[in-house]
Ligand binder design. Sequence first.
Ligand code: GTP
Length: 230
Amino acid sequence: MSSLTANFGSSYSDYRPWEYDILVKILIVGNSGVGKSCLLVRYSDDEFYESHLSTIGVDFKIKTQTLQDHRVAKIQLWDTAGQERFGQIVSGYYRSSNGIMIVFDLTDEKSFREVAKWLDQIAKYGSENTPMVLVGNKSDLVAKRVIDRRVAEEFAKNMGMEYIETSAKNSNGVDVAFDKMLQAVVKSQNYIDNNPNTKKKTDSSTTVIGPGLRGNTTVTDSSNNSCCWK
Ligand code: GTP
């Protein structure tokens, strides 16, 4: 084995001096209390919190994932406040997102009914053809469930979305939901390409997003010139 192969893994094509190939921004929306933050924390840190600490404005986490084609995706997961008083702040995030996950609570009929409200917001403030998935969360609460799977599936199908049921509490379906979201984004090629061999010239534009209300830390990602607040 040559020293190059030893250093860079089993294949020369695995060697990437750049940190990631594509940047994907995913926005998570839905009524307050449906479990958006818990889903995100389960996916990114494999943890669960019993308490409900309402998100203020917008918060985000970053996760890196290798795709089936070996490209490395850097995923920005934007967790939004479900409370209506933050609607204006949240609306500023729709346009720059590459994919939107709409979450409702399987034990809360109103949260399912109001998925239509979130779709209206996306239509009003988002970019056309942004891939979306619908997530019914809290599937572990079987006895309290009020939304039938077939009803939610039918609704999602009519809206051109995939439907996935999850439990942030016991992890069921969580990875599947985020994988489906990522697949939909990759399929639509709606992401920022950071691979210097395939990068489009337009990628160098500066995107300024924010500010949310959770403090004023500025996070700068020098590799794609984007800047945001959390
Ligand atoms: P906002 O930030 O106000 O928009 O709420 P959110 O949608 O982020 O809800 P959050 O993640 O804070 O969860 C609300 C409550 O639901 C918390 O008490 C969680 O412990 C609980 N919860 C979240 N996911 C699940 C789940 O899958 N199963 C059960 N049983 N409880 C859950």
